[in-house]
Design a protein around this ligand. Structure first.
Ligand SMILES: [Zn+2]
Length: 492
Protein backbone atom coordinates (compact mmCIF):
# COMPACT_ATOMS: atom_id res chain seq x y z
CA UNK A 1 0.00 0.00 0.00
CA UNK A 2 2.73 2.37 1.07
CA UNK A 3 4.77 1.36 -1.98
CA UNK A 4 1.82 2.08 -4.29
CA UNK A 5 1.25 5.41 -2.71
CA UNK A 6 4.81 6.60 -3.22
CA UNK A 7 4.89 5.37 -6.82
CA UNK A 8 1.61 7.09 -7.57
CA UNK A 9 2.95 10.34 -6.15
CA UNK A 10 6.25 10.15 -7.97
CA UNK A 11 4.43 9.44 -11.22
CA UNK A 12 2.14 12.33 -10.58
CA UNK A 13 5.10 14.71 -10.17
CA UNK A 14 6.84 13.22 -13.16
CA UNK A 15 3.76 13.74 -15.32
CA UNK A 16 3.71 17.38 -14.35
CA UNK A 17 7.39 17.71 -15.20
CA UNK A 18 6.80 16.10 -18.60
CA UNK A 19 3.76 18.20 -19.32
CA UNK A 20 5.49 21.49 -18.51
CA UNK A 21 8.61 20.47 -20.44
CA UNK A 22 6.52 19.91 -23.49
CA UNK A 23 4.67 23.17 -23.07
CA UNK A 24 7.88 25.18 -22.87
CA UNK A 25 9.74 23.26 -25.50
CA UNK A 26 12.26 21.97 -22.98
CA UNK A 27 13.92 18.66 -23.73
CA UNK A 28 13.78 16.42 -20.69
CA UNK A 29 16.72 14.09 -20.05
CA UNK A 30 16.21 12.01 -16.96
CA UNK A 31 18.53 9.39 -15.65
CA UNK A 32 17.34 7.65 -12.51
CA UNK A 33 19.89 4.86 -12.36
CA UNK A 34 23.23 5.14 -14.13
CA UNK A 35 24.46 8.54 -13.08
CA UNK A 36 27.50 8.68 -10.86
CA UNK A 37 29.00 11.67 -9.08
CA UNK A 38 29.41 12.72 -5.50
CA UNK A 39 25.87 14.09 -5.34
CA UNK A 40 22.82 12.05 -4.58
CA UNK A 41 21.06 13.78 -7.41
CA UNK A 42 21.20 16.85 -9.60
CA UNK A 43 18.83 18.89 -11.69
CA UNK A 44 20.00 21.49 -14.16
CA UNK A 45 18.79 23.43 -17.15
CA UNK A 46 21.15 23.97 -20.04
CA UNK A 47 20.25 25.22 -23.49
CA UNK A 48 16.61 24.25 -23.03
CA UNK A 49 17.56 20.78 -21.89
CA UNK A 50 16.54 19.82 -18.41
CA UNK A 51 18.76 17.16 -16.87
CA UNK A 52 17.45 15.22 -13.88
CA UNK A 53 19.80 12.59 -12.53
CA UNK A 54 19.80 10.35 -9.49
CA UNK A 55 22.96 8.63 -8.36
CA UNK A 56 23.56 4.98 -9.19
CA UNK A 57 24.82 4.55 -5.63
CA UNK A 58 21.22 4.69 -4.45
CA UNK A 59 20.11 1.56 -6.30
CA UNK A 60 20.53 -0.60 -3.21
CA UNK A 61 18.40 1.70 -1.08
CA UNK A 62 15.01 2.17 -2.74
CA UNK A 63 13.55 4.32 0.04
CA UNK A 64 16.40 6.80 -0.04
CA UNK A 65 16.30 6.78 -3.82
CA UNK A 66 12.58 7.67 -3.79
CA UNK A 67 13.26 10.58 -1.46
CA UNK A 68 16.00 11.86 -3.76
CA UNK A 69 13.75 11.46 -6.82
CA UNK A 70 11.01 13.51 -5.11
CA UNK A 71 13.60 16.16 -4.25
CA UNK A 72 14.94 16.38 -7.81
CA UNK A 73 11.46 16.41 -9.35
CA UNK A 74 10.69 19.29 -7.00
CA UNK A 75 13.74 21.17 -8.29
CA UNK A 76 12.58 20.47 -11.84
CA UNK A 77 9.12 21.83 -11.07
CA UNK A 78 10.65 24.99 -9.60
CA UNK A 79 12.45 25.58 -12.89
CA UNK A 80 9.52 24.60 -15.08
CA UNK A 81 7.07 26.75 -13.17
CA UNK A 82 9.38 29.65 -14.03
CA UNK A 83 9.82 30.78 -10.46
CA UNK A 84 12.40 33.56 -10.27
CA UNK A 85 16.10 32.82 -10.17
CA UNK A 86 19.07 34.82 -8.94
CA UNK A 87 21.78 36.02 -11.26
CA UNK A 88 25.26 34.69 -10.82
CA UNK A 89 27.94 37.22 -10.21
CA UNK A 90 31.16 37.31 -12.21
CA UNK A 91 33.14 35.95 -9.32
CA UNK A 92 30.67 33.22 -8.71
CA UNK A 93 30.91 31.62 -5.29
CA UNK A 94 29.39 28.56 -3.67
CA UNK A 95 27.24 30.72 -1.40
CA UNK A 96 25.22 31.92 -4.37
CA UNK A 97 24.39 28.32 -5.18
CA UNK A 98 23.47 27.67 -1.56
CA UNK A 99 21.38 30.82 -1.39
CA UNK A 100 19.47 29.75 -4.48
CA UNK A 101 18.98 26.28 -3.04
CA UNK A 102 17.39 27.81 0.04
CA UNK A 103 14.66 29.05 -2.30
CA UNK A 104 14.29 25.89 -4.40
CA UNK A 105 14.39 23.61 -1.36
CA UNK A 106 11.79 25.72 0.37
CA UNK A 107 9.57 25.10 -2.65
CA UNK A 108 10.28 21.37 -2.42
CA UNK A 109 9.16 21.45 1.22
CA UNK A 110 6.00 23.19 0.09
CA UNK A 111 5.34 20.44 -2.50
CA UNK A 112 6.12 17.67 -0.02
CA UNK A 113 3.48 19.09 2.35
CA UNK A 114 1.03 19.65 -0.47
CA UNK A 115 1.21 16.02 -1.58
CA UNK A 116 1.51 14.59 1.91
CA UNK A 117 4.91 13.07 1.25
CA UNK A 118 6.70 14.12 4.41
CA UNK A 119 7.22 10.59 5.76
CA UNK A 120 8.87 9.49 2.50
CA UNK A 121 11.52 12.17 2.85
CA UNK A 122 12.80 10.74 6.15
CA UNK A 123 15.82 9.01 4.57
CA UNK A 124 17.23 12.43 3.65
CA UNK A 125 15.82 14.41 6.55
CA UNK A 126 17.92 13.43 9.51
CA UNK A 127 18.44 15.20 12.81
CA UNK A 128 22.09 15.97 13.55
CA UNK A 129 24.36 18.66 14.90
CA UNK A 130 25.09 20.30 11.57
CA UNK A 131 27.41 23.13 10.65
CA UNK A 132 30.66 22.32 12.46
CA UNK A 133 32.76 24.16 9.85
CA UNK A 134 30.51 27.19 9.98
CA UNK A 135 32.30 28.95 12.83
CA UNK A 136 34.84 31.31 11.39
CA UNK A 137 32.97 32.57 8.35
CA UNK A 138 31.59 36.06 7.78
CA UNK A 139 28.10 36.37 9.22
CA UNK A 140 26.20 36.52 5.91
CA UNK A 141 27.80 33.22 4.89
CA UNK A 142 26.95 31.68 8.25
CA UNK A 143 23.36 32.84 7.90
CA UNK A 144 23.14 31.24 4.46
CA UNK A 145 24.63 28.00 5.79
CA UNK A 146 22.31 27.85 8.77
CA UNK A 147 19.20 28.58 6.70
CA UNK A 148 20.33 26.07 4.08
CA UNK A 149 20.73 23.32 6.68
CA UNK A 150 17.35 23.97 8.24
CA UNK A 151 15.46 24.24 4.94
CA UNK A 152 17.18 21.16 3.50
CA UNK A 153 16.35 19.13 6.64
CA UNK A 154 12.98 20.39 7.84
CA UNK A 155 13.24 18.19 10.94
CA UNK A 156 15.79 20.77 12.11
CA UNK A 157 13.03 23.38 12.34
CA UNK A 158 12.20 21.77 15.66
CA UNK A 159 15.88 21.48 16.61
CA UNK A 160 17.36 24.73 15.43
CA UNK A 161 19.73 25.14 18.35
CA UNK A 162 21.55 21.98 17.27
CA UNK A 163 22.85 23.93 14.26
CA UNK A 164 26.18 25.62 14.88
CA UNK A 165 25.78 29.39 15.09
CA UNK A 166 22.00 29.42 15.27
CA UNK A 167 21.86 30.78 18.78
CA UNK A 168 24.19 33.60 17.85
CA UNK A 169 22.42 34.56 14.62
CA UNK A 170 18.90 33.52 15.49
CA UNK A 171 17.22 36.85 14.87
CA UNK A 172 18.47 37.03 11.24
CA UNK A 173 17.89 33.33 10.59
CA UNK A 174 14.38 33.43 12.02
CA UNK A 175 13.57 36.52 9.97
CA UNK A 176 14.50 34.63 6.81
CA UNK A 177 12.73 31.43 7.81
CA UNK A 178 9.67 33.47 8.56
CA UNK A 179 9.78 35.13 5.14
CA UNK A 180 10.16 31.74 3.47
CA UNK A 181 7.34 30.15 5.41
CA UNK A 182 4.93 32.71 4.01
CA UNK A 183 5.75 32.37 0.31
CA UNK A 184 2.70 31.89 -1.85
CA UNK A 185 3.81 29.77 -4.77
CA UNK A 186 0.75 30.71 -6.74
CA UNK A 187 2.32 34.07 -7.46
CA UNK A 188 5.61 34.32 -9.30
CA UNK A 189 6.94 37.36 -7.51
CA UNK A 190 10.50 37.19 -6.26
CA UNK A 191 9.96 39.72 -3.48
CA UNK A 192 10.66 37.08 -0.81
CA UNK A 193 14.04 36.51 -2.46
CA UNK A 194 14.81 40.23 -2.46
CA UNK A 195 13.78 40.45 1.21
CA UNK A 196 16.16 37.61 2.04
CA UNK A 197 18.99 39.17 0.02
CA UNK A 198 18.47 42.47 1.86
CA UNK A 199 18.87 40.77 5.22
CA UNK A 200 22.11 39.21 3.98
CA UNK A 201 23.29 42.61 2.76
CA UNK A 202 22.67 44.09 6.19
CA UNK A 203 24.97 41.35 7.43
CA UNK A 204 27.87 42.11 5.18
CA UNK A 205 27.09 40.49 1.83
CA UNK A 206 28.50 42.86 -0.76
CA UNK A 207 27.66 40.85 -3.86
CA UNK A 208 25.19 42.38 -6.27
CA UNK A 209 22.66 39.67 -6.71
CA UNK A 210 19.62 40.31 -8.82
CA UNK A 211 16.40 38.37 -8.85
CA UNK A 212 15.34 37.75 -12.41
CA UNK A 213 12.44 36.23 -14.16
CA UNK A 214 13.23 32.85 -15.56
CA UNK A 215 12.89 32.28 -19.23
CA UNK A 216 13.74 29.46 -21.51
CA UNK A 217 15.80 30.41 -24.45
CA UNK A 218 14.53 29.16 -27.72
CA UNK A 219 17.35 29.67 -30.07
CA UNK A 220 17.47 28.96 -33.73
CA UNK A 221 18.70 30.79 -36.73
CA UNK A 222 16.25 31.63 -39.45
CA UNK A 223 17.47 30.29 -42.71
CA UNK A 224 17.37 33.30 -44.94
CA UNK A 225 20.59 33.26 -46.86
CA UNK A 226 19.41 33.60 -50.43
CA UNK A 227 21.86 35.73 -52.33
CA UNK A 228 23.96 36.30 -49.23
CA UNK A 229 27.29 34.94 -48.22
CA UNK A 230 27.21 31.60 -46.54
CA UNK A 231 28.66 32.58 -43.22
CA UNK A 232 26.18 35.37 -42.65
CA UNK A 233 23.68 34.84 -39.90
CA UNK A 234 20.58 36.77 -40.75
CA UNK A 235 18.01 35.98 -38.14
CA UNK A 236 17.80 34.97 -34.57
CA UNK A 237 15.15 33.70 -32.27
CA UNK A 238 15.63 34.13 -28.59
CA UNK A 239 13.44 34.20 -25.53
CA UNK A 240 13.95 37.39 -23.61
CA UNK A 241 13.14 38.36 -20.09
CA UNK A 242 10.26 40.76 -19.77
CA UNK A 243 12.57 43.52 -18.59
CA UNK A 244 14.88 43.26 -21.59
CA UNK A 245 11.95 42.96 -23.94
CA UNK A 246 10.30 46.11 -22.61
CA UNK A 247 13.56 48.04 -22.74
CA UNK A 248 13.99 47.12 -26.37
CA UNK A 249 10.42 48.08 -27.10
CA UNK A 250 10.83 51.51 -25.54
CA UNK A 251 14.32 52.17 -26.80
CA UNK A 252 14.12 52.25 -30.50
CA UNK A 253 11.10 52.32 -32.74
CA UNK A 254 13.09 51.45 -35.80
CA UNK A 255 14.59 48.31 -34.39
CA UNK A 256 11.40 47.36 -32.69
CA UNK A 257 10.00 46.88 -36.16
CA UNK A 258 12.83 44.49 -36.81
CA UNK A 259 11.89 42.16 -34.05
CA UNK A 260 8.79 40.07 -33.95
CA UNK A 261 7.29 38.34 -30.98
CA UNK A 262 5.82 34.96 -31.34
CA UNK A 263 3.70 32.63 -29.20
CA UNK A 264 3.37 32.43 -25.48
CA UNK A 265 6.94 32.71 -24.30
CA UNK A 266 8.11 35.90 -25.86
CA UNK A 267 10.23 34.61 -28.61
CA UNK A 268 11.60 37.37 -30.69
CA UNK A 269 13.17 37.26 -34.08
CA UNK A 270 15.89 39.78 -34.62
CA UNK A 271 16.49 40.65 -38.22
CA UNK A 272 19.55 42.14 -39.85
CA UNK A 273 21.65 42.30 -36.73
CA UNK A 274 23.89 39.38 -37.52
CA UNK A 275 24.48 40.32 -41.10
CA UNK A 276 27.41 41.31 -43.27
CA UNK A 277 26.49 44.98 -42.73
CA UNK A 278 26.98 44.65 -38.98
CA UNK A 279 30.20 42.65 -39.07
CA UNK A 280 33.19 44.25 -37.32
CA UNK A 281 36.25 43.08 -39.17
CA UNK A 282 39.43 41.98 -37.44
CA UNK A 283 42.36 44.38 -37.73
CA UNK A 284 46.11 44.59 -37.83
CA UNK A 285 46.73 47.38 -35.28
CA UNK A 286 50.34 47.36 -34.03
CA UNK A 287 53.75 45.90 -34.45
CA UNK A 288 55.66 44.73 -31.47
CA UNK A 289 59.43 44.90 -31.63
CA UNK A 290 61.85 42.81 -29.65
CA UNK A 291 65.40 43.86 -29.44
CA UNK A 292 67.93 41.88 -27.49
CA UNK A 293 67.75 42.80 -23.85
CA UNK A 294 65.25 45.60 -24.44
CA UNK A 295 61.71 46.00 -23.29
CA UNK A 296 59.25 44.97 -26.05
CA UNK A 297 58.04 48.03 -27.90
CA UNK A 298 54.44 48.39 -29.08
CA UNK A 299 54.43 50.50 -32.23
CA UNK A 300 51.34 52.03 -33.83
CA UNK A 301 51.09 51.74 -37.60
CA UNK A 302 51.78 54.83 -39.69
CA UNK A 303 48.28 55.26 -41.05
CA UNK A 304 44.86 53.71 -41.08
CA UNK A 305 43.14 52.08 -43.98
CA UNK A 306 40.24 54.14 -45.31
CA UNK A 307 37.74 51.45 -44.38
CA UNK A 308 38.64 52.07 -40.71
CA UNK A 309 38.41 55.85 -40.95
CA UNK A 310 36.29 56.15 -37.77
CA UNK A 311 38.63 54.03 -35.68
CA UNK A 312 40.52 55.62 -32.78
CA UNK A 313 43.58 53.66 -33.90
CA UNK A 314 45.65 53.18 -37.02
CA UNK A 315 44.04 50.01 -38.21
CA UNK A 316 44.98 48.13 -41.32
CA UNK A 317 43.31 45.32 -43.20
CA UNK A 318 44.91 41.98 -42.45
CA UNK A 319 46.36 40.79 -45.70
CA UNK A 320 46.41 37.15 -46.42
CA UNK A 321 49.85 35.69 -46.20
CA UNK A 322 50.16 35.02 -49.92
CA UNK A 323 49.45 38.68 -50.79
CA UNK A 324 51.60 40.06 -48.08
CA UNK A 325 54.74 41.89 -49.08
CA UNK A 326 56.52 41.55 -45.81
CA UNK A 327 56.19 38.21 -44.17
CA UNK A 328 55.72 39.18 -40.55
CA UNK A 329 54.52 36.61 -38.03
CA UNK A 330 51.57 37.49 -35.85
CA UNK A 331 50.28 37.52 -32.30
CA UNK A 332 46.50 37.34 -32.19
CA UNK A 333 44.58 38.92 -29.33
CA UNK A 334 41.19 37.19 -29.17
CA UNK A 335 38.22 39.03 -27.64
CA UNK A 336 34.58 37.82 -27.91
CA UNK A 337 32.36 40.14 -29.92
CA UNK A 338 31.94 43.88 -30.55
CA UNK A 339 29.66 45.92 -28.29
CA UNK A 340 28.85 49.63 -27.94
CA UNK A 341 31.83 51.69 -29.10
CA UNK A 342 32.63 49.45 -32.03
CA UNK A 343 29.66 50.90 -33.90
CA UNK A 344 28.80 54.40 -34.93
CA UNK A 345 25.19 55.58 -34.88
CA UNK A 346 24.18 57.25 -38.11
CA UNK A 347 21.29 59.64 -38.57
CA UNK A 348 18.70 59.19 -41.29
CA UNK A 349 20.29 56.26 -42.92
CA UNK A 350 18.97 52.99 -44.17
CA UNK A 351 21.39 51.18 -41.90
CA UNK A 352 21.40 52.98 -38.59
CA UNK A 353 24.53 51.50 -37.08
CA UNK A 354 27.80 51.17 -38.91
CA UNK A 355 30.64 48.97 -37.70
CA UNK A 356 33.96 50.72 -36.97
CA UNK A 357 36.64 48.25 -35.92
CA UNK A 358 37.35 46.03 -32.89
CA UNK A 359 38.33 47.21 -29.40
CA UNK A 360 37.42 50.90 -29.39
CA UNK A 361 36.52 52.59 -26.06
CA UNK A 362 38.22 51.50 -22.83
CA UNK A 363 39.10 48.11 -24.26
CA UNK A 364 41.15 49.73 -27.01
CA UNK A 365 42.83 52.21 -24.66
CA UNK A 366 43.78 49.50 -22.21
CA UNK A 367 45.28 47.39 -24.98
CA UNK A 368 47.36 50.33 -26.17
CA UNK A 369 48.56 51.12 -22.64
CA UNK A 370 49.20 47.61 -21.37
CA UNK A 371 49.90 45.17 -24.15
CA UNK A 372 53.65 45.72 -24.03
CA UNK A 373 53.63 44.99 -20.28
CA UNK A 374 51.73 41.79 -20.89
CA UNK A 375 53.99 40.68 -23.73
CA UNK A 376 57.03 41.46 -21.63
CA UNK A 377 55.63 39.30 -18.81
CA UNK A 378 55.06 36.47 -21.31
CA UNK A 379 58.59 36.90 -22.59
CA UNK A 380 59.84 36.54 -19.04
CA UNK A 381 57.71 33.47 -18.39
CA UNK A 382 58.21 31.61 -21.65
CA UNK A 383 61.79 32.40 -22.58
CA UNK A 384 61.79 31.17 -26.15
CA UNK A 385 58.30 32.11 -27.16
CA UNK A 386 59.25 34.97 -29.49
CA UNK A 387 61.83 34.01 -32.09
CA UNK A 388 61.31 36.91 -34.50
CA UNK A 389 62.34 40.53 -34.08
CA UNK A 390 58.92 41.87 -35.02
CA UNK A 391 55.35 40.56 -34.82
CA UNK A 392 52.14 42.10 -35.98
CA UNK A 393 49.38 42.40 -33.41
CA UNK A 394 46.00 41.31 -34.72
CA UNK A 395 42.79 41.95 -32.82
CA UNK A 396 40.11 39.37 -33.46
CA UNK A 397 36.50 38.85 -32.45
CA UNK A 398 35.51 35.18 -32.83
CA UNK A 399 31.91 36.33 -33.28
CA UNK A 400 32.16 39.57 -35.29
CA UNK A 401 28.55 40.63 -34.61
CA UNK A 402 27.01 42.62 -31.78
CA UNK A 403 25.91 39.74 -29.56
CA UNK A 404 25.12 42.13 -26.70
CA UNK A 405 22.21 43.52 -28.80
CA UNK A 406 23.32 46.95 -27.57
CA UNK A 407 21.75 48.74 -30.50
CA UNK A 408 18.41 47.23 -29.53
CA UNK A 409 18.35 48.08 -25.83
CA UNK A 410 21.10 50.67 -25.30
CA UNK A 411 22.24 49.09 -22.02
CA UNK A 412 25.78 48.40 -20.85
CA UNK A 413 27.08 45.06 -19.69
CA UNK A 414 27.40 45.96 -16.00
CA UNK A 415 23.94 44.63 -15.33
CA UNK A 416 23.82 40.86 -15.08
CA UNK A 417 20.67 40.63 -17.17
CA UNK A 418 22.42 42.19 -20.15
CA UNK A 419 25.74 40.42 -19.75
CA UNK A 420 23.93 37.09 -19.42
CA UNK A 421 21.93 37.91 -22.52
CA UNK A 422 25.18 38.69 -24.38
CA UNK A 423 26.72 35.42 -23.19
CA UNK A 424 23.72 33.35 -24.21
CA UNK A 425 23.55 34.89 -27.64
CA UNK A 426 27.29 34.63 -28.11
CA UNK A 427 27.22 30.94 -27.22
CA UNK A 428 24.30 30.31 -29.53
CA UNK A 429 26.05 32.00 -32.43
CA UNK A 430 29.44 30.46 -31.73
CA UNK A 431 27.79 27.05 -31.83
CA UNK A 432 26.90 27.53 -35.49
CA UNK A 433 29.10 25.53 -37.78
CA UNK A 434 29.58 28.32 -40.30
CA UNK A 435 30.66 30.75 -37.62
CA UNK A 436 33.20 28.31 -36.23
CA UNK A 437 34.52 27.54 -39.71
CA UNK A 438 34.87 31.23 -40.42
CA UNK A 439 36.76 31.82 -37.17
CA UNK A 440 39.01 28.86 -37.91
CA UNK A 441 39.73 30.13 -41.40
CA UNK A 442 40.64 33.56 -40.07
CA UNK A 443 43.03 32.19 -37.47
CA UNK A 444 44.58 29.94 -40.08
CA UNK A 445 45.11 32.94 -42.38
CA UNK A 446 46.72 34.96 -39.59
CA UNK A 447 49.33 32.23 -38.99
CA UNK A 448 49.83 33.23 -35.37
CA UNK A 449 52.78 32.14 -33.31
CA UNK A 450 50.90 33.08 -30.16
CA UNK A 451 47.19 33.42 -29.40
CA UNK A 452 46.19 35.46 -26.36
CA UNK A 453 42.73 34.43 -25.23
CA UNK A 454 41.44 37.64 -23.61
CA UNK A 455 37.81 36.75 -24.04
CA UNK A 456 35.39 37.62 -21.26
CA UNK A 457 35.67 35.10 -18.42
CA UNK A 458 32.37 33.23 -18.94
CA UNK A 459 33.10 32.62 -22.60
CA UNK A 460 36.84 32.06 -22.35
CA UNK A 461 36.58 28.24 -22.03
CA UNK A 462 34.78 27.99 -25.39
CA UNK A 463 37.63 29.76 -27.17
CA UNK A 464 40.21 27.82 -25.22
CA UNK A 465 38.76 24.48 -26.25
CA UNK A 466 38.30 25.54 -29.85
CA UNK A 467 41.90 26.73 -30.23
CA UNK A 468 43.26 23.62 -28.50
CA UNK A 469 41.19 21.36 -30.75
CA UNK A 470 42.12 23.10 -33.97
CA UNK A 471 45.53 24.70 -33.51
CA UNK A 472 47.55 22.33 -31.36
CA UNK A 473 50.84 23.80 -32.52
CA UNK A 474 50.07 27.38 -31.63
CA UNK A 475 51.09 28.65 -28.23
CA UNK A 476 47.99 29.74 -26.30
CA UNK A 477 47.74 31.87 -23.18
CA UNK A 478 44.73 33.05 -21.20
CA UNK A 479 44.38 36.48 -19.68
CA UNK A 480 41.47 38.57 -18.40
CA UNK A 481 39.53 40.88 -20.72
CA UNK A 482 41.29 44.16 -21.66
CA UNK A 483 38.26 46.16 -20.45
CA UNK A 484 39.59 45.27 -16.97
CA UNK A 485 43.27 45.90 -17.62
CA UNK A 486 43.29 49.38 -16.11
CA UNK A 487 45.04 49.96 -12.76
CA UNK A 488 47.43 47.03 -13.13
CA UNK A 489 44.54 44.62 -12.90
CA UNK A 490 45.96 42.08 -15.31
CA UNK A 491 45.24 38.47 -14.40
CA UNK A 492 46.97 35.67 -16.25
ZN1 LIG B 1 18.57 20.20 -4.20
Amino acid sequence: MRENNINKNINNMLNQVEELSERYNVKLEKNFSEYSTGNLGTTSLEDNRLFISVSSKLSSNQEKKNAVIIHELGEALYILNKFPIITRSLEYCEYEQKLFEIFTHNYINHLVDLYNLREFMNPINSKRDYGKDNKNLESWKRIINICWIIIAHPIMLENKDLVEGYNELRSEVDKILNILSKVKYKRKSGSYMMDTINILKENGMSKDIEVVEQNFYKIEFVNDTIGKEKNVVTGFNIGLSEKVYNTIKENDKKYYENITISDNFKRIIVKDLFSKEMEVKDVYRYNIDFEDGCYPKLISLDSKDECYVESNFNDQIIEKEENSIEDIKSIVLVLESPHKYEYIKLQNEEIEYKPISPAQGTTGKNIENNLDIIISELLYRYKHIFKEKTYKIIICNPVPYQTSLYCLHGKGLKSKIYSNLRNEIWKAIFKQRDIKENFKKRIRDYKPELIINACTIELQPYIDKFIKDNFQDVKLVKINHPAAWGNFNVKY
